[in-house]
Design a protein around this ligand. Sequence first.
Ligand SMILES: C[S@@+](CC[C@H](N)C(=O)[O-])C[C@H]1O[C@@H](n2cnc3c(N)ncnc32)[C@H](O)[C@@H]1O
Length: 265
Amino acid sequence: MTKPTLILDRMQFFGRLAADYQAMFGVTLESLKGKRVLDCPSGPSSFVAEAFAAGVDAVGVDPLYAHDAHELRKRSHDDIAYTVKTMATYEGAYSDLDLQAYADNKRAALNGFLADYESGLRAGRYINASLLHLPLDDQTFDHTFSAHLLFTYSDPASGGILTNSPFTLQWHMAAVIDLMRVTRGSLHLYPTTTRTNPARRHPFIDEIVARIEAQNARGQHATNSNADNMGVWKCRFEPSTYQRGDAAQNYLNASLVIERQHHRH
Ligand SMILES: C[S@@+](CC[C@H](N)C(=O)[O-])C[C@H]1O[C@@H](n2cnc3c(N)ncnc32)[C@H](O)[C@@H]1O
């Protein structure tokens, strides 16, 4: 039996720093310099702002970019307070985390995001859109990063945190396909474990990897893109150093990398 370590009744507009993305995905901004990179969902994360400042051609996508900076600031402050208050009610699960520092980190990310948001919207660095219908061209991004939407906001029965979640296994599969459609290099997904104590691999991951491998064997992926009629999507786990809570919540801590291999004939 595993206990949940967080259950929420709504999606949070809650974001992290570029340093957190580096820990989650095992990449550095330096290694992404000059690359075209997508962050979806980007939320109020400062990853795009910090990456842009470091010379990365970064784009963030989120449905809440329909709103102005004033509205987003208020919403994110409310969501940070609500999430941290709820985490504090899960006795023991977060005893290794300083929740005040955790909230401060999220506010720092929000401030970094807001400082870049209006000029970034005008420059096309922030795009109001959502999965499963990204308004982006096929195979545009060298790397796509997707954190804390897939797996995290699945239903508690599958190990996620969102009650009455619309994000079923079917939705996850379609989301991976939409993200891969716009990616020419690799897609990086985090987390890959459940929000339980102890953590275990999220059950949707095995299904997704199995379906991708079956499609590899057929030599055809379901992105509706002609460019995808050939090629293999290679799946691997990349160890992560991002801390999710106490030790047992960091079991199997890794991102899933799905890399497009172009050399199949
Ligand atoms: C917790 S934030 C994650 C932000 C960031 N990636 C991080 O790890 O800090 C989740 C975001 O998903 C966005 N979202 C909700 N539904 C979505 C969808 N269908 N497609 C893309 N983003 C969505 C929300 O607006 C929210 O900003």
